[in-house]
Design a protein around this ligand. Structure first.
Ligand SMILES: [Zn+2]
Length: 304
């Protein structure tokens, strides 16, 4: 039995997941914004969730119980220091050690892209690349059933990689917080969609409304989404050329399950080396549950 918790700006919650991967119970909560309040809240949520199932399952916080925590945009260095734009109280904190101290549970941490990939991974011999299109773009690599962290702890983090195969002037004016320009997160993200729409219309519109209008047949909104799709294809081309994954997992508001799996492979011949790519595209619409499932898998890697 594993306890999985996900913190995000949309839905946050806790689930207890059986060894068979079944959700024994699941609840949502509003995360605290102070670091120590958040740690106490997580411990309290665990107590509440485990006490709910005590009558049915004899094991609660036994040595076999563990905690996997997914924070949507979490970054953490090899020395365990965390950063999160969504949960700034985590910045510079030794989160995993404090979690273990606060809960008494063996703990592991990850972000949405990592947990999404783990939540989908079914075969240990597969290579997965997961992509989350949100306020920022993020990515992760899953190999042999585990998150690949890499020597610098940045494996798969595609956020600040330049947009490949740019057309003239495409990279202009996209100065990034990282100090470079033309980073993918400026193009493949919800703010990126809104910026493209405004450039065409001089009108502010939310990414959600642009996506809805495109689905209704609005020509300008649809042209913005078509540019986005071409950029996603370009962003994934070096991933396929270098990593050659079995599956690419995409999630987020702009990840259309009807369009992307059909459109991206049509665009790849111009960008990738393989003649007839077999890489499969899977769109995850139930991101919260998939990330919770993946968070539960984080702990099994730690115990390997
Ligand atoms: Zn950048």
């Amino acid at each position: 039995m594993t306890i999985a918790i996900r913190l995000s700006d949309t839905v946050s919650g806790i689930a207890i997941i059986s060894d068979d991967g079944d959700f024994v119970c699941e609840e949502t909560f509003l995360p605290e914004t102070d670091y120590y309040d958040l740690l106490r809240q997580i411990s309290s949520q665990i107590d509440g969730a485990t006490s709910q199932i005590t009558a049915d399952l004899p094991v609660t916080k036994s040595p076999h119980t563990a905690l996997g925590l997914c924070v949507s945009d979490l970054n953490y260095s090899s020395d365990g220091q965390t950063t999160s734009a969504l949960f700034s109280c985590l910045d510079g904190k030794p989160l995993i050690y404090d979690l273990q101290a606060a809960t008494g549970l063996t703990s592991a941490i990850g972000n949405d892209a990592q947990c999404l990939g783990l939540g989908v991974c079914q075969h240990d011999n597969e290579i997965l690349f997961s992509l989350v299109i949100d306020k920022e773009l993020s990515g992760a690599i899953i190999m042999n059933g585990s998150v690949v962290h890499g020597r610098n702890h940045h494996a798969g983090q595609i956020t600040h990689t330049p947009l490949p195969f740019p057309v003239p002037f495409e990279l202009d004016g996209n100065i990034c917080s990282c100090g470079r320009s033309g980073c993918l997160t400026h193009f493949i993200s919800l703010p990126g969609i809104e910026k493209d729409y405004k450039q065409l219309t001089n009108t502010d519109k939310s990414a959600n409304d642009i996506i809805i209008d495109a689905a209704k047949g609005d020509i300008i909104a649809d042209s913005v989404i078509q540019v986005l799709e071409d950029r996603i294809a370009r962003a994934l081309a070096p991933v396929i050329n270098l990593l050659d994954p079995n599956h690419i997992i995409i999630s987020g508001q702009a990840a259309d399950k009807n369009r992307l799996p059909a459109i991206l492979p049509q665009k790849w011949p111009g960008y990738i080396v393989a003649d007839k790519p077999k890489t499969e595209i899977t769109i995850i619409t139930d991101r919260h549950a998939t990330c919770l499932k993946g968070a539960a898998s984080l702990i099994s890697q730690k115990q390997q």
